[in-house]
Design a protein around this ligand. Structure first.
Ligand code: MEV
Length: 444
């Protein structure tokens, strides 16, 4: 049986049997809510409840010659199925290759207002010649950060709009932490120091989500592996290239193209307990850094080892962490990290980018062939069949019925399933009655 054909408990048993999860982790996955009220109350203001988001696994993502089962948290039904479909194509073609450069340092700004151009050079000299003192201040005020070899890696000065603003930018190493809190605390501490050094009062001290580190992922696909029942692979590949070109030329398409990438990346980040808004913000900043909003991934024909291939490349920032307050408190992210099995933060970043790339591939292939709606209807019908309790060959039969039924609800699938089972037991059972109870399926 395929992984998606199993019940949630069978899937957890499989993870345990195959050594992807310990017995305890498999048990933890089943328990809800993992987040106890006292922990939730300690996390946010005015807490009144806890919300559940399903976690699923992208099975068999091959990247840098290693295979991952990637936990993803999402409310959108087609995301994990799309990621699995994209990862399968990538796997058939040798997997994804990912790398990152340069290693992540967080920018944080101490910004001053109305600094005359005539004074900027002297201020910059003063700041840069006191970099050692800034580091000393950091050592005194943030000893834990320094003990973990984190802290200021570089200092630069920048004029904004001819001195309307002038800022001192620190580049901060925060190790495996996402680092926003560290960067903000450190910049507030250094703002006080710079105020006394320069004799001018800063307007603000705050990190920037515009990080320079990017992850690059690439995949090289033999067009033949894209064939569908109706079209040959070359035709599909050509349409994927055309869709990519459309995103290049039309920013209103690029944003949807990127939304599809973020479907995968954000689902990974959420399961990992990360600040998904930072991931989104930096991605969209990066997508528009040329002054025009552009696609994060591109597809074109290329030559590789003497063969014509469809080449997909994605580049984007990935400001996530592997340690931190939310990750620890939520509990589930640490469990997801264990299932993912990445050695460190940097490998995790590479996996998330690879997921973004295969997610994009699946979306473009679907748009280029059967269309997104048809794909979603099919998927939803299969999910409903399984949720209604269909097993084995019942799944296809119930799903096929649901695909053509105007009301796609669990109740309707249950009615169909019971009719199917009754028919099996006794020939000539009455036609299935209609479901009057649940709401009709809404547009998503
Ligand atoms: C839907 O969540 C994402 C897509 O719209 C992405 C795309 O259009 O490339 C399918």
């Amino acid at each position: 049986m395929k992984f998606y054909e199993l019940t949630p408990q069978q899937r957890r048993d499989f993870l345990e049997q195959e050594g992807y999860a310990t017995h305890n982790d498999a048990r933890l996955l089943r328990l809800t809510p993992l987040l106890r009220e006292y922990a939730a109350d300690g996390m946010i203001e005015n807490q009144v409840g806890v919300m559940g988001i399903p976690i699923g696994l992208l099975m068999g993502l091959e990247m840098n010659e290693k295979t991952y089962n990637v936990p993803m948290a999402t409310e959108e039904p087609s995301v994990i199925a799309g990621a699995c479909a994209g990862a399968k194509i990538a796997r058939e073609n040798g997997g994804v290759v990912s790398a990152l450069w340069p290693v992540r340092v967080i920018p944080a700004d101490i910004v001053f207002r109305k600094v005359p151009i005539s004074k900027q050079e002297a201020y910059a000299k003063m700041v840069l010649s006191h970099k050692k003192d800034m580091i000393q201040v950091m050592k005194e005020k943030m000893p834990t950060l320094t003990r973990h070899n984190g802290g200021i890696e570089g200092v630069t000065c920048h004029s904004i709009h001819r001195g309307e603003f002038w800022k001192v930018r620190m580049w901060i190493w925060t190790g495996e932490a996402m680092g926003a809190n560290i960067a903000n605390r450190l910049s507030e501490i250094e703002a006080k120091y710079l105020e006394s050094l320069l004799g001018i009062k800063p307007l603000a001290a705050i990190l920037s989500n515009a990080e320079l580190e990017t992850v690059g992922s690439g995949v090289w696909i033999d067009p033949a592996t894209l064939a569908t029942g109706d079209e040959d692979g070359e035709q599909v590949a050509q349409k994927i290239v055309a869709l990519s070109r459309w995103a290049d030329l039309d920013d209103t398409r690029a944003v949807t193209h990127n939304k599809g990438i973020m479907n995968g990346v954000v689902a990974c980040a959420l399961a990992n307990g990360n600040d998904t808004r930072a991931v989104e913000a930096s991605a969209h900043w990066f997508a528009s850094r040329s002054g025009r909003y552009s696609p994060l991934a591109r597809w074109e024909f290329a030559e590789r080892n003497g063969k014509r291939v469809l080449q997909g490349k994605l580049t984007m920032p990935m400001p996530i962490g592997r340690i931190g307050f939310s990750i620890k408190t939520l509990g589930t992210p640490e469990l997801c990290q264990r299932i993912l099995g990445a050695a460190d933060l940097w490998e995790t970043q590479e996996v998330f980018a690879a997921v973004g790339l295969v997610q994009n591939l699946a979306a473009l292939k679907s748009i280029a062939t059967e269309g997104i709606v048809q794909g979603h209807v099919k998927l939803r019908s299969y999910n409903l069949a399984r949720a209604a309790g269909a097993r084995g060959d019942e799944i296809d039969k119930v799903a096929d019925f649901m695909i053509h039924h105007p009301k796609r609800t669990v109740r309707q699938a249950e009615i169909m399933l019971s009719h199917l089972r009754a028919e099996k037991d006794k020939e000539g059972a009455p036609a299935p009655e209609e479901d009057g109870g649940e709401e009709e399926e809404k547009d998503e």
